[in-house]
Design a binder for this molecule. Sequence first.
Ligand SMILES: *[C@@H]1O[C@H](CO)[C@@H](O)[C@H](O)[C@H]1NC(C)=O
Ligand SMILES: *[C@@H]1O[C@H](CO)[C@@H](O)[C@H](O)[C@H]1NC(C)=O
Ligand SMILES: *[C@@H]1O[C@H](CO)[C@@H](O)[C@H](O)[C@H]1NC(C)=O
Ligand SMILES: *[C@@H]1O[C@H](CO)[C@@H](O)[C@H](O)[C@H]1NC(C)=O
Ligand SMILES: *[C@@H]1O[C@H](CO)[C@@H](O)[C@H](O)[C@H]1NC(C)=O
Length: 262
Amino acid sequence: MAVLLAVIAYLCVLAAGQDDNLLHPGWPTCSTTGNYTDGSQYKKNLNLLLSTLSAGATAGGWFYNSTVGAGDDQVFGLLMCYADRNGTQCHDCLTRGPAGIARICSGSRSVSAAYDACLLRYSDEQFFSTANPHKAFYVYITAGPVDQVSMAAARSSLMDELAKTAADSPLLLANSSTPYPGSPEGMKMQGLVQCTRDLTAGQCTWCLTTYIAKLPEAFPNYTGGAIKGYSCYVRYQIGAFLITLPPAMPPPPSPSKPAPPG
Ligand SMILES: *[C@@H]1O[C@H](CO)[C@@H](O)[C@H](O)[C@H]1NC(C)=O
Ligand SMILES: *[C@@H]1O[C@H](CO)[C@@H](O)[C@H](O)[C@H]1NC(C)=O
Ligand SMILES: *[C@@H]1O[C@H](CO)[C@@H](O)[C@H](O)[C@H]1NC(C)=O
Ligand SMILES: *[C@@H]1O[C@H](CO)[C@@H](O)[C@H](O)[C@H]1NC(C)=O
Ligand SMILES: *[C@@H]1O[C@H](CO)[C@@H](O)[C@H](O)[C@H]1NC(C)=O
């Protein structure tokens, strides 16, 4: 038995080693209890969900949320691209992220994964519309000498304004730039804030302001930085970075009329 297990483990290592197409998230959170088993209804529902998310987000403006199954085997999920990645990077992530996650977090009923270009979440619990800003991952983009006081002031007014604009926008996303005081040749500071599109405006605001409040301590003297979470994303940088807004979404199906009272 022990020998057999060793052989299986060896074969798995070989298979993993050969699988160059597996996209690895930077920061996966994989649940470790109540794991689903091979052949279970949950696994079937999850596989269907993952392919639905991939197709839906690719077709529908780089965001999609969906639900598959019922009762204990119901699975909820969402998938979204970060707007500071281009169409090619987004498409790659929307395709390979869902395709590989069930192997990276094999057995986990609940997974949150932040990739370089996209964000993927699924769970056996309904998590839509509510933000989870409790985890925050810091991305140090550029370092350089700065006047910390004027940088912090420019950043906070830019980012506070963006948080307000994003919460009022259909994409729950906002970007803008502001002249950066004291920089050579009128360089600008650019900002981007983005929430997952299932959130309410209030939850989006809460998530963004939670992260914006962390910027001064996390990036006192960085000329560019970002905080990635499982519900929202904030990034600032002195100088420009590329933003690619999602393509227009197909019109949503017209809502069905409410059933007459009876
Ligand atoms: C997208 O970005 C990647 C990485 O920066 C780059 O290699 C690629 O050429 C870009 N693709 C397009 C279509 O802009
Ligand atoms: C559940 O799956 C995760 C991998 O995503 C693994 O780390 C964990 O050990 C598993 N838990 C149990 C009890 O098997
Ligand atoms: C940023 O500040 C920290 C601590 O105040 C210091 O150790 C570091 O060298 C500074 N980095 C830059 C790029 O100025
Ligand atoms: C936000 O980014 C888009 C896409 O790059 C750009 O067209 C637009 O001008 C930017 N908005 C602002 C206010 O800078
Ligand atoms: C997507 O999320 C919204 C909340 O923003 C929710 O009302 C809707 O039911 C979800 N869609 C699916 C297919 O689960």
